[in-house]
Design a protein around this ligand. Structure first.
Ligand code: FES
Length: 180
């Protein structure tokens, strides 16, 4: 009888242990599984794939680089002015454009365009980029990120919902003429 009771208690504890371990396992596994499946299952916010106008083509004279801003299409109501994002627009030859993210490819500081030297310079750690966005010197390991762009009804549009990343085709080295 005593043995039977010990066995029952052990068995009970074993089952409780299995149940608690199972619950703990599920609690740990859910966020991991959600993370792994996120690329497939996550819903993209409205505006993610939208094309945003930067302005009329006349605002970007041929051969010059100008600052432009757009409103991030993927915003929250509380984002305020932080949703206004700047970028550099280079009208290469009146036909072809390059639109650069303003953020340095090193740690994201905003780069500035210096027409006197035809260079983009980063104030944080001395990163320097040529006028075509390629890396000139300093800590950045690559050139500036580029947006996809298109021209429609005399306006320059960029695909801004998806921020530029190293994987985008627009960042592949191209044989293009540069702005001055
Ligand atoms: S953030 Fe630009 S060089 Fe470091």
């Amino acid at each position: 009888m005593t043995l039977a009771r010990r066995f029952t208690r052990r068995e009970l504890l074993m089952r409780l242990g299995i149940v608690f371990n199972g619950i703990a396992g599920v609690i740990v596994a859910v966020p991991i599984v959600r993370y792994l499946l996120a690329p497939v299952t996550r819903e993209r916010k409205v505006g993610y794939d939208s094309w945003i106008p930067l302005g009329n083509l006349e605002q970007f004279p041929s051969g010059e680089t100008r600052l432009a801003t757009y409103r991030n299409p993927v915003v929250n109501p509380w984002d305020g002015d932080t949703a206004d994002i700047a970028c550099w627009v280079c009208n290469v030859d009146g036909q072809m454009f390059q639109v650069f993210a303003i953020n340095c490819a090193h740690l994201g500081c905003p780069v500035r365009w210096f027409p006197q030297s035809s260079l983009f310079m980063c104030p944080c750690h001395g990163g320097v980029y040529y006028q075509d966005g390629s890396r000139a010197s300093g800590p950045p390991e690559r050139g500036l990120f580029e947006y996809h762009y298109r021209i429609e009804s005399g306006k320059l549009l960029i695909k801004a919902g998806e921020m530029p990343t190293p994987g985008q085709a627009g960042n592949i080295v191209r044989n293009i003429r540069t702005c001055v």
